[in-house]
Design a protein around this ligand. Structure first.
Ligand code: MN
Length: 231
């Protein structure tokens, strides 16, 4: 039995001088059979980091600077760290180039899409008429996503629809060339994307690491990442 090493991107707390990550990402990877390693953003070669990892988990966080998808800010955004933006985009490109499995969560689906040339809604509640409320404070599942049959997510979940939590004010707008949509909310907002050119490259807009106790699909996402990382 080998335990694949899964890199998990970290948050930066500039004010306190900390790198940090939530424990539920760590326990999800460990309990589903991987070894979690937290990756602080640095400016050294991301290729060298990816070479030593078996898989990559792009964690949640603040907003990407819209310059990375060739837009100026249109609203008051909740920026993350500029080095984290560059690090995660580069890490994603390196993982794709080396064929390493990727699971993107919340900000992570957005990083995946932008790394491949896609764009985001900067503020869903302003830019999309008739959208559902996607920004809830509770961890409970609040809206349905319909899953594309035959997609990786469809195979992993074995379901046509699931209820998910929702903590985001941004979302994938134009999907990057080569990616496919594998789940949408009932208002048409993209909730999952994947890269069918790879064995396991999946991004979800919800937070499965917070749903593992009540939702077997949440565990299936982490197990899928770790199984793919074992090959
Ligand atoms: Mn949502």
């Amino acid at each position: 039995m080998t335990y694949p090493i899964i890199g998990i991107t970290a948050s930066v707390d500039v004010k306190e001088g900390w790198y940090r990550q939530r424990s539920n990402y760590i326990t999800a990877i460990e309990q589903c059979g991987g070894i979690p390693v937290i990756l602080p953003p640095i400016s050294k070669s991301t290729e060298a980091i990816i070479t030593r990892l078996d898989g990559l988990l792009l964690a949640g966080g603040g907003d990407l600077d819209p310059q990375h998808y060739n837009e100026d800010p249109r609203y008051k955004l909740h920026y993350d760290d500029p080095l984290r933006d560059r690090f995660e985009l580069s890490l994603t490109q390196a993982a794709l180039a080396q064929g390493k499995p990727i699971l993107g969560i919340c900000r992570g689906i957005q990083v995946l899409n932008v790394a491949l040339g896609g764009t985001l809604y900067q503020e869903l509640h302003e830019q999309v008429e008739g959208r559902l409320i996607h920004q809830h404070s509770s961890g409970e599942p609040t809206h349905v996503v319909k899953i594309e049959q035959g997609s990786l997510l469809g195979r992993l979940s074995g379901k046509r629809a699931i209820r998910v939590n929702s903590f985001h004010h941004q979302a994938v707008q134009t999907i990057a060339l080569g990616l496919i949509v594998s789940a949408k909310a009932n208002d048409g907002i993209i909730e999952a994307i994947e890269d069918p050119r790879h064995q396991f490259v999946l991004g979800v807009q919800w937070h499965p690491e917070r749903m593992r106790e009540q939702d077997p699909v949440a565990n299936a996402l982490f197990t899928g990442l770790i199984n793919a990382a074992q090959r």
